[in-house]
Design a protein around this ligand. Structure first.
Ligand code: SF4
Length: 162
């Protein structure tokens, strides 16, 4: 069975994953011992990606709220409707900001596109989970270790006060 080398982007640790599949089915997920940062370690959320993938309630298409109901749309229809509404918002003076939610905030490709999307839509700001709960964390890392992305891994077993 094929094994895919991937990066978990549920959180900023970005652990290396080895995902074994059979067709579309995820057979197993384990840590990648060759990953230079996580070195084979993952948390239960990394393993649970298989459950998310197989969850019968998982959304597999865009959903539109119509009154009290939610209606599944084709991607082309959804994107066309969103484009029309964004054009109207822009014509009326523009949107205030974009919101990028987790885990997309940890997706490098999406992060690279956020600036272009912001410019295209004419928005003034970008908010994310990071702007709410991560900035103090990252500022502390910057002042303590010299870089905002140097995330310390707690040494729980030798910690005397947490
Ligand atoms: S496996 Fe857990 S700790 Fe690692 S990136 Fe995913 S959510 Fe974060």
């Amino acid at each position: 069975m094929p094994v895919h080398t991937r990066t978990c982007h549920i959180c900023e640790a970005n652990c290396g994953l080895l995902i074994e599949t059979e067709g579309r089915r995820v057979v197993s997920i384990r840590g990648d011992s060759d990953d230079p940062i996580s070195r084979g370690h993952i948390c239960p959320k990394g393993n649970a990606i298989a459950d998310l993938e197989a969850d019968p309630d998982r959304l597999t298409s865009p959903m539109k709220r119509v009154g009290e109901d939610w209606v599944a749309l084709e991607w082309e229809t959804a994107l066309a409707e969103i484009g029309t509404k964004f054009a109207a918002i822009k014509a009326a003076g523009g949107a205030a900001a974009l919101y990028v939610g987790n885990p997309t905030a940890h997706d490098f490709a999406l992060g690279m596109q956020t600036g272009a999307l912001k410019k295209a839509l004419g928005v003034r700001g970008v908010y994310s989970a990071s702007t709410v709960d991560q900035m103090p964390h990252q500022l502390a890392q910057y002042f303590l270790y010299g870089h905002n992305a140097l995330f310390p891994i707690p040494d729980i077993e030798r910690t005397q006060h947490l």
